[in-house]
Write a protein that binds this ligand. Sequence first.
Ligand code: SF4
Length: 394
Amino acid sequence: MESIREIYKIGNGPSSSHTMGPKRAVENFLHLYGTPEHVTVTLYGSLAMTGKGHLTDYIVSRTLGDIPHEVVFDRETHTDHPNTMRIVATVDDKTVEETYVSIGGGSIVRKGTVPDVAKQVYPHNTLDEIKAFCDAEGLDLSGYVYYFEGENIRDYLRLVAATMESAVHRGLRTQGKLPGALKIDRKASRMYRAAETPRAKMYAYAYAVSEENASGQTIVCAPTCGSSGVLPAVVRYSQEQFDLSDETVEDGLAVAGLIGNLVKTNASISGAEAGCQAEVGTACAMAAAYFAYVRGMSNRHIEQAAEIALEHHLGLTCDPIYGYVQIPCIERNAVAAMRAVDAYDLAELLMPDDEKITFDMVCHTMLETGKDLTSLYRETAKGGLAKLYRNDEE
Ligand code: SF4
């Protein structure tokens, strides 16, 4: 598996697969070919269906800058992966082209290239393997991360924690409307002022980050932009409830990152590929693992919390209205934060359990379930709640 840095990308919303990924693809293309005379970027599948709402064309144009270009939304051609983009350019009177797949969480794959083995940091690919290694070496799950990433990863986790907290802070203080035709009022600030319980405040934190994301502000993918409100909300809640050191929070983020990494490796963190179970479901599992870790639980207990959180998101569809990362996404982040803490509570009650269902099994099932979802429910804004509204502004 790759470094957990690949899970916690820091960047601008609203969508890791539809803005961060395409931005990286264009940057890679320009790195390969310099400054072309003209560029055509064609978006397929989910990138074409929800690219307008997710600002894909905007970010592609901004990245290309002064280079003459056009962005084409091809909603007809079928591609192997739902988030595919083709870049064709004229360079020194020759035509060059590359095809990229945005695989979720801002990561991209250039077709025809093999994964860079040098980027593989961890020798294990399942939680069962990781737990066995930890048992043999006497490590907890955060120790496992430092064992293979080195202590330097702590500096990055500190930056992740600070960026998450900044997004909460800004989101709680910003009012007005979210961008786009839905004209939704930002709610985090009002919710926070009205909140009378720590749990109610946690919902406001999730809204704060999700509203920052929907506004194109800086957030941490955890594991994606659309699900970026869940983990920061649980982190802030845990800090307010318990006397946690910065190091404990960083260690908890290491464990959460490991859980996200396992889902990315063995299933998917892309709504276009596997529905919202892959995004908010994974974020909930990461937050549940974080919470269980900072409460001092065992590796097996952490696994159970993450497994419960992911299992009970199985089948969750992706159906963003107008293709914006707003409805149902923002509310869904708050609900997932709540479920993460509940998953920890339930895991604590259930332990010791009979391990009939493991985290690895749920990962596998999530991918299978995602494949069974029709494209209506995989970030195309064609089914579910998205069917209730039609955007006349497009
Ligand atoms: S419904 Fe879920 S997967 Fe789809 S855009 Fe919203 S947060 Fe992302």
